[in-house]
Design a protein around this ligand. Structure first.
Ligand code: GLV
Ligand code: MG
Length: 392
């Protein structure tokens, strides 16, 4: 019997990079800009067709689940694996890491260990993600094939490292569909890109919109720094040399310096790319495990700019992430006051404690309240602190 095949999506035939066009720029200088043409854009009708016969239909909305901390573990490390049921009660996401930090000799045991975790360990309602090896590595094909065909229904999200552009997501998208079909997976495995190449950064908007599987993007500050040839040797965080200095004053009087945030531009652009694509942005790792104070500052900057979570590499960072990525109790109480004062439709203007509130502050407060409600549903302690119902 002939099998009806979905139409070949236009994007499969698209060139890897958009053609380059010329536009005149400031003061008559010529500027090179990428101009997408119709050939580069998949038909909207095809976007939600499965990319393989028998694969589950792509989702129209990415299901939002709390993911304040994506806690990394090495599935080849039996001691760490033994702690997973206890950890699952404290974190939103457990991520079996197969990539960097796992030595070459442990790549296969890590992959096999993750299959066992997915099959045998009860993680309750905590999500299980993985970070597979890079697309140019000798391991990634077996990572994806094994995980999706053997435990595809247990893996919620696949994190893809060192993404260079939308073509990397297209490759993973099609391969996942083929593997889901082979493994009889009932819902699409979602994809999360790590922003850790200059090319990925330059095309972060295209990456965010490359597939309905896209769940989110994380900053990968260590690899991104190396790829950009930044002169840092840390995993995330600031640098004392990246500063501004007060203007000269009073002759030779000492001039104050103020350290700046190395990641501001990157995180802010990533947030815009993600939110405009309907997916979630995350700060990545903070490598100085002992410096929980600076970790908290860096996470909070990301939270205030719009990120929904960060990676945790050690249990001491879990509480930091929970504290930072859950709205403060006072902020929730304030948001409630504003929303109550503005009324059901949030239109008009009112004064509260001398501060003007209008439709826009109503919307900001609604963002805080929605997040608080979603988190309270998962976290009974937060529910009690917010005065909300748990398990809603
Ligand atoms: C994470 O993978 C990083 O490179 O920072
Ligand atoms: Mg990296």
């Amino acid at each position: 019997m002939a099998v009806e095949r979905p139409a070949t999506p236009a994007r499969a035939r698209a060139p890897a990079r958009p053609p380059v066009g010329l536009l005149s720029g400031h003061l008559g200088a010529l500027r090179l800009v990428a101009r997408p043409t119709l050939r580069d854009v998949r038909s909207p009708k095809d976007f939600f067709r499965p990319l393989a016969v028998g694969a589950p239909a792509p989702l129209r909305e990415v299901p939002w689940r709390p993911s304040r901390m994506i806690h990394f573990f090495d599935p080849s490390n039996a001691r760490m694996v033994a702690k997973l049921p206890g950890l699952a009660a404290q974190v939103d996401v457990l991520l079996g890491n197969l990539e960097d930090a796992v030595p070459a000799a442990a790549k296969e045991p890590a992959r096999a260990g993750l299959v066992e975790v997915a099959r045998d360990v009860d993680l309750g309602t905590t999500s299980l993600w993985t970070r597979v090896n890079a697309l140019d590595s000798p391991w990634v094909l077996d990572d994806l094939t094994t995980l999706v065909t053997e435990v595809g229904d247990r893996i919620d999200v696949v994190m893809v490292p060192k993404v260079e552009g939308p073509e990397d997501i297209h490759y993973v998208d099609r391969l996942l569909a083929q593997l889901e079909a082979r493994g009889g997976v009932s819902r699409p495995v979602l994809v999360h890109a790590i922003l850790e190449t200059a090319s990925g950064m330059a095309r972060v908007e295209e990456i965010a919109q490359a597939s309905p599987r896209m769940q989110g993007i994380s900053l990968g500050p260590a690899d991104l720094a190396a790829d950009r040839r930044m002169k840092t040797t840390r995993v995330g965080g600031g640098h004392p040399g990246y500063l501004v200095r007060q203007d000269p004053h009073d002759g030779d009087a000492p001039r104050a310096t103020y350290q700046q945030d190395l990641w501001h531009y990157t995180v802010a652009r990533m947030v815009d790319a993600c939110v405009s694509a309907g997916i979630s942005p995350y700060y990545g790792p903070f490598g100085d495990i002992a410096d929980v104070v600076a970790c908290e500052d860096q996470f909070r900057n990301a939270y205030l700019l719009g990120c929904v979570g960060a990676w945790t590499l050690h249990p001491v960072q879990v509480d930091v992430a929970r504290r930072v990525f859950s709205p403060a109790v006072d902020d929730v109480a304030w948001a409630r006051r504003v929303v109550a004062a503005m009324g059901e439709d949030g239109r008009g203007a009112v004064m509260i404690d001398g501060k003007m509130q209008d439709d826009a502050t109503f919307k900001q407060c609604s963002v805080v309240l929605r997040l608080a409600r979603d988190l309270a549903a998962r976290d009974p302690e937060l529910a009690a602190a917010y005065g909300m119902e748990a398990g809603r």
